[in-house]
Design a protein around this ligand. Sequence first.
Ligand code: CA2
Length: 152
Amino acid sequence: MTSVLVLNGPNLNLLGTRKPEVYGHTSLADVEKMCRSEADKLDLDLVFRQSNHEGQLIDWIHEFGREVKDGNSIGAVYNPGAHTHTSVALHDAIEGAELPVIELHISNVHNREEFRHHSFISPVARGIVVGFGVLGYTLAINGLYQLSRQGN
Ligand code: CA2
């Protein structure tokens, strides 16, 4: 079965435990359930991962770049967390692995602090979903699926 990777960066394991006014009340485990239900509808196998470590995230991006090349995956929905605003290494990993990525943010980063307005990931993303809360994860899976079907 073809897979979709949903990747979460640093501190997203805290989802639903603090800052509900920004990120809502849903836990990462609940987000995984929502993603699994969306993937099931599209006949995709969900691979759901989170890490607080940049190198681990880079290794997974490389792994799934190979999976896409081998025809086993459509790519990744990726919430890079604060790495969005800091990481040239993750930008280079996505570009180098040629991994189709939908960049996702739960909050609208553009109506928050200035330092959240710049993304190192956006220039190498196929699409961006911002500000829809955790609903964005299912929208992004669907969008990535549609793009892959169009051969984009
Ligand atoms: O809005 C998003 O999804 C972000 O990617 C979340 C990141 C933030 O650095 C980005 O600017 C926008 C933060 C993820 C940490 O999430 C927490 C959840 C609960 C409590 C504390 C942090």
